[in-house]
Design a protein around this ligand. Sequence first.
Ligand code: GDP
Length: 373
Amino acid sequence: NLTSGIVGLANVGKSTFFQAITKSKLGNPANYPFATIEPEEARVIVPSNELNKLSKLYNSKKKINAILKIFDIAGLVRGASDNKGLGNSFLNDIRSVDGIFQIVRAFKDNEITHIEGNINPVRDLIIVQDELILKDMEFIENSIEKLEIQLKHKNNKQINELTSIEQQLESLKIAYDLLLNGQKIINKKDWLNYQIDALNSHNLLTAKPSIILINVNENDFFNQSNEFLIDIENWVKEFSPDSSIILFSANYETKLSEIQNENEINFESKSALPKIIQEMRKALNLISFYTCGNIESRQWTIRKLTSCPKAAGVIHTDFEKTFINAELIKFNDIKDLNPPFDEKSLKSKGKIQRVGKNYIVEDGDILHFKAAA
Ligand code: GDP
């Protein structure tokens, strides 16, 4: 299960946003069966119109959405990479997440101090990015040193290991040059597969996909505009082009999370949270497949380009090993149908395909797996 973390300077609205998530209808689903949740971890439901439709079609007793884990990571300060302030604990927490939400303050409020003195989102984006870049450079310097020692002590018989060390060194050096030029590792679009594999083993901060959440006041959120937006967009285009930008209001999300149950408001159409969750899923290359029946309809998460047996393995590890084949229904083939619905009627129309171990699962697929007992 992939995780994402919230980062940003102090007083930009991270905890406010995190608390709003935790309390919201989409947050910490009660029917989620596993493990106790840490105070700094939230689980949010991944909204899915497909699942809503499928659970009605199949007349399912239960509807189980996929979740995304979100961590509240301690605030960052200028100089964190030198171990000032909360430096190290922050950096250890952030190394373990797969994707980053960076919250930037663009709301004005004289009551709330800004640690840098005034509101300037681009300056703040630069502070955070510089810290991440500096920390990656430090990680890379240490790794290169260790790898070069290993290289010296290997003899030529250990060819496989040598290639791996050489490939890592090569990839790390390219990454280092990028960072030196103020660019994140993820900004380079033509990494080769073996270089990506080599870099992945180092858990580098600027190789993680990120989404920029701009905390604005309610009016700006409703209008989807802000006086700093153009500057932010220009900066992001050049220095963080992988990041999508989402305007939200931490205060408004808090209000929504407090009134949603009483007033039965149409929460999902007003909150920025569904969009925030969906953008992170996209950034992490995650897609959904579904298992449906009248007991439950359930959404499952896989990475793009996952094979059918690997997808079965998400449900239960044994299913991957004992996978025989699967019956596949395409969401598009049934999205316009209405209950009562019977899969047999699809079979006669040829809308149920049998797929084998080489089938690559696509977003929205409905699958029934067959595995050896
Ligand atoms: P963190 O340090 O980034 O976790 O920031 P907090 O969430 O603790 O917020 C710092 C202060 O800013 C708190 O007093 C919040 O109530 C306030 N705050 C957070 N978001 C907003 C917002 O959207 N508008 C306004 N006016 N204040 C906010």
